[in-house]
Design a protein around this ligand. Structure first.
Ligand SMILES: [Fe+2]
Length: 268
């Protein structure tokens, strides 16, 4: 499933293009497209603040009170997860949640478990098995020509590390994703990731905190497209602790899921 050097690649390069073939995204794509085309009044019934844990719910361009995206990011998102009952989510997503979502999570869980076994960070695989669930962020980037300004740093999605243990792209990756990687002289620089039909994974802030900085969260962003008329859909999976869990965080002592999100939020 993962080759025996996967963890070494992840640690040395900061991200990993796995040997797993990308999964079929047609079901979540159709679901998200039909949601994104509903009117704003309907979408507002599912705003992030109507959920309350992690990032679940709808966030939109220009929104000032989303913890999932910055106000000027040129994006609207819908996050759904294992943290709420399926019937809390919009009708558009019900088919996906009762269908291929379970397979997507199973594949990602198997990939992450294999990677964690290789990484062999004391206690981390046990933490993951006891506490980790998954969310998917469905990301819609409207055509650039709709906007008169850009996100911070002249981007489409401003630079940030994710809150996840791992961020996984189960449906592969399109062009325009950029990662902050060490260049030839060791200085960090923005590099475009080649589009791939393999599953790609990088660590988030939960990994950085757990390993006390030994494995860094990948800072990433989405650059402006050359095609100003093209819209863009992407999906990323985060592994995160279920609500109201308490666990030992190396170097910090006992921590709850909620305290973890507060610590992550303090980065911004
Ligand atoms: Fe991200």
């Amino acid at each position: 499933m993962t080759d025996r050097h996967s963890a070494d690649h992840l640690k040395s390069r900061g991200y990993l293009v796995t040997s797993f073939a990308a999964l079929d995204c047609s079901e979540p794509l159709a679901a998200f497209q039909s949601f994104i085309h509903r009117d704003r009044d309907y979408q507002r019934r599912f705003l992030q603040k109507r959920y309350g844990y992690a990032y679940d719910g709808f966030s939109f361009y220009g929104q000032t009170d989303s913890s999932h995206q910055a106000e000027d990011d040129l994006i609207s998102t819908f996050v759904l997860s294992e943290f709420y009952p399926v019937d809390r989510y919009p009708a558009e997503f019900q088919g996906f949640l009762k269908g291929s979502w379970k397979e997507v999570v199973k594949t990602v869980r198997s990939l992450e478990t294999a990677l964690l076994a290789q990484l062999d960070v004391p206690g981390l695989l046990d933490f993951y098995r006891r506490n980790a669930g998954h969310m998917v962020s469905s990301n819609y980037y409207p055509p650039l020509q709709q906007f008169t300004s850009t996100a911070a740093g002249n981007t489409r999605l401003s630079a940030h590390p994710d809150a996840s243990l791992f961020t996984v792209f189960p449906f592969g990756v399109d062009e325009e994703l950029e990662l902050q990687l060490a260049g030839e002289n060791g200085v960090l620089e923005w590099q475009s990731v080649d589009a791939t039909d393999r599953i790609l994974v990088y660590p988030g802030y939960l990994m950085e905190m757990w390993t006390q900085g030994a494995i860094k969260a990948m800072n990433h962003r989405v650059r402006l497209s050359d095609n100003r008329a093209a819209e863009r859909f992407t999906f990323s999976l985060f592994s995160l602790p279920f609500p109201q869990r308490a666990f030992e965080m190396p170097g910090r002592g006992s921590m709850t899921s909620e305290a973890y999100f507060e610590a992550y939020g303090a980065l911004f």
